[in-house]
Design a protein around this ligand. Structure first.
Ligand SMILES: [Zn+2]
Length: 213
């Protein structure tokens, strides 16, 4: 359960039905029922959270960064953004956001792209975390698509260049995601140690689910 970190934040919330600290570098998943609100809290700041979601009734209908970017005409996720599926179904709506800009272009870290980018042979990555967590739901690597990177900023420059910005997400920052149907949420608390997305220090995050209906 919640532990001692940031205990006051949940005490102030209505309708809490689930409260969990995801340890540094670990994955997590849960089905969020329609109308429930998933809060993801960057407890200590500057911690990327790689995020996939699926229509729980039909997991083949998964998060689509294509549809999300095209429909809203914006490459960033922020308050008001709807996360769409391949079929065009609304999965989540971002209803609160203390940061104001999250990435959904850059995808997740993997052992192969860590080698290609940094020349290092890693054994932990968001891709590996996704595989482990997806297997609990009968899903495999075919379910790993371009994801949302909460608390991570990848500014796209005029020349098309993109890179990970450092030192942006403040401690205690959060997003609230309202489920628009029953949604399987799968996340990786990013273990990356080779770029600034976690300030070279992966830390725990907190997930809270509320039913305020
Ligand atoms: Zn990662």
């Amino acid at each position: 359960m919640s532990g001692v970190l940031d205990a006051q934040a949940a005490a102030d919330l209505d309708g809490v039905i689930y409260d969990f600290i995801v340890p540094a570098k670990e994955p997590w998943s849960r089905v969020i029922k329609a109308g429930e609100i998933l809060r993801i809290i960057d407890l200590e700041g500057q911690q990327a959270v790689d995020f996939l979601c699926f229509n729980a009734a039909d997991p083949g209908d998964r998060y689509s960064s294509m549809n999300t970017i095209k429909v809203q005409g914006n490459t960033y996720v922020a308050k008001g953004t709807v996360l769409y599926s391949d079929s065009g179904a609304k999965l989540f709506t971002v209803i609160e956001d203390t940061l104001g800009q999250h990435d959904t272009v850059y995808g997740c870290c993997s052992n192969p792209n860590n080698f290609l980018r940094y020349g290092v042979h890693t054994t932990e990555s968001c891709y590996s975390n996704f595989l482990k967590e997806l297997s609990k739901h009968g899903l495999d690597r075919s379910a790993i698509v371009g994801n949302v990177n909460f608390f991570m900023q990848v500014p796209i420059m005029a020349d098309g260049g993109a890179g990970i910005a450092a030192d942006i997400s403040a401690p205690g920052g959060y997003v609230d995601l309202r489920a628009e149907t029953d949604v399987l949420a799968v996340l990786s608390n990013c273990p990356q140690m080779h770029n600034p997305c976690n300030a070279y220090n992966p830390t725990p995050i907190r997930v809270i689910v509320r039913n305020v209906a």
